[in-house]
Ligand binder design. Sequence first.
Ligand SMILES: [Zn+2]
Length: 77
Amino acid sequence: MMPSLAAHIALLKSQAEAGVDFRPRAGALCPACGQTAKITATRPWDGDTRIRYHRCQTPGCILASLNQSIKSVQVDR
Ligand SMILES: [Zn+2]
C-alpha cells in the first residue's frame, strides 16, 4: 500500500529539517527531487561541523513549492 501524500510530505519535511549531508562538490541535495539545493545561509564552523540552509528551486518539486528550508550538515573540512 502506498503511503498517503500527506505522510510523504511530512517525511520529506522531517528529512529537510533533520539535515541532509553537505558535500563540498555536490552541495546539498533536495530530499524530495535529488537536485542541488540553493544555499540561503551558511553558519561558521562549529568544531568539525558546519550547518547550512538551502531552498530547492526545482520547478514542480514538493519542497520547492512549500518553500521549505532544507538544513545541511558538513562534517569534514
Ligand atoms: Zn527539490
